[in-house]
Design a protein around this ligand. Structure first.
Ligand SMILES: Cc1cc2nc3c(=O)[nH]c(=O)nc-3n(C[C@H](O)[C@H](O)[C@H](O)COP(=O)(O)O)c2cc1C
Length: 322
């Protein structure tokens, strides 16, 4: 799959591209590296708010979010904002920091963002402004720009096709469709029909997103919609083996030892980024995800509060993996 003229994303064993969904406070550079290591084709940074970036520069949380993931692969930075001039300036800054491509968040339903900043999914309610944002960014940078849409704002306004056409016309090189409405949040089934309709309506590549938790879900989404790629969010939490299963076409039998090795690999990268104290606190949620549904889920949960250093985490995982 081509993302603009410069980026080629190889397909998985089933013929479509796989992507890791941007997830704020989760898909930091080490997490993106982990997914890539397991065969994920495309990763996207957590959202970076344009107004903070332009006002505060590349510093603090934004700097971490905008770092390239260690290892290979295209570095796509997602920007959040509804003001074309600010988004163009943020795009220039991200390009200067080394981004290979940019994505625009048109799906975030959080009240403060949607109504306070007229950003995120507010752009689905304002297709002309969505197009103006893309147009301003495409003119400001040389790297390709994509947009991540929702199905619409509500069941009464499922307008992904209209927005897709408008942003393609404005110069977007790739579209992702999270096929739930803003009102649905992250619950309920994603609409394969909406993804299929967007795919038919535009000529740029389309990535489908929403509710994919297994190889079967991903294959069904690609087959029923004709989409070029499948993006996985919560289904990838604690489960990078889903990307490996898709990349290789082979079933993955995951042992407790495999889980230990993968989560500790991530933990070591993450420590190098944010320091041991912050990393070990942050790791607790990943530990819960990595061991969910296993026999050690409960014993691990009981010990989580005491895991305040890498050594303690490593010791606990060694004991529990036996
Ligand atoms: C914790 C969390 C954080 C998210 N942060 C972002 C974000 O920064 N940018 C974005 O476009 N979508 C964000 N999303 C939405 C996901 O990218 C994705 O569209 C959504 O989770 C649906 O996919 P899934 O059903 O596979 O999880 C977030 C979702 C979750 C659960």
């Amino acid at each position: 799959m081509k993302f603009g003229p410069s980026i080629e994303v190889p397909p998985c064993a089933h013929g479509f591209v796989t992507a890791l969904a941007p997830m704020a406070n989760v898909t930091n550079p080490p997490f993106r590296s982990l997914a890539r290591d397991f065969g994920c084709g495309l990763t996207v940074s957590e959202m970076v708010a344009s107004q903070h970036l332009v006002k505060g520069g590349v510093a603090g949380l934004n700097a971490l979010r905008m770092e390239r993931a260690p290892g290979g692969g295209a570095h796509v930075v997602q920007l959040l904002g509804g003001d074309p001039a600010l988004m163009a300036e943020a795009a220039r800054m991200a390009e200067a920091e080394g981004a290979d491509a940019l994505d625009v968040n048109m799906g975030c339903p959080i009240r403060r963002i949607r109504h306070g900043h007229d950003a995120g999914v507010a752009l689905m309610g304002a297709p002309e402004r969505a197009a103006a944002v893309i147009d301003a960014m495409v003119r400001a940078v040389k790297i390709p720009v994509s947009a991540k849409l929702r199905a619409g704002t509500s069941e009464a306004n499922v307008n992904a096709v209209d927005v897709a056409r408008a942003v393609e016309q404005a110069g977007a090189s790739l579209l992702t469709v999270h096929a739930r409405t803003a009102d649905a949040g992250h619950e309920g089934e994603a609409s394969l029909a909406v993804i299929a309709a967007v795919k038919r309506a535009v000529s740029v590549p389309v990535i489908g997103n929403g509710g994919v938790k297994s190889v079967e879900d991903a294959v069904t989404m690609a087959r029923e919609t004709g989409c070029d790629g499948v993006m996985i969010g919560r289904g990838a939490l604690g489960n990078p083996w889903l990307f490996r299963a898709l990349a290789t076409g082979e079933r993955q039998d995951v042992t407790l030892r495999d889980r230990r090795d993968a989560v500790l690999g991530y933990a070591r990268w993450y420590c190098a980024f944010v320091g041991e104290g912050a990393a070990s606190r942050e790791l607790r949620k990943h530990l819960r995800w990595f061991y969910a549904g296993t026999p050690v889920e409960e014993p691990l949960r009981e010990r989580l509060g005491a895991l305040d250093s890498m050594a303690a985490i490593e010791r606990a995982l060694d004991e529990l993996s036996e």
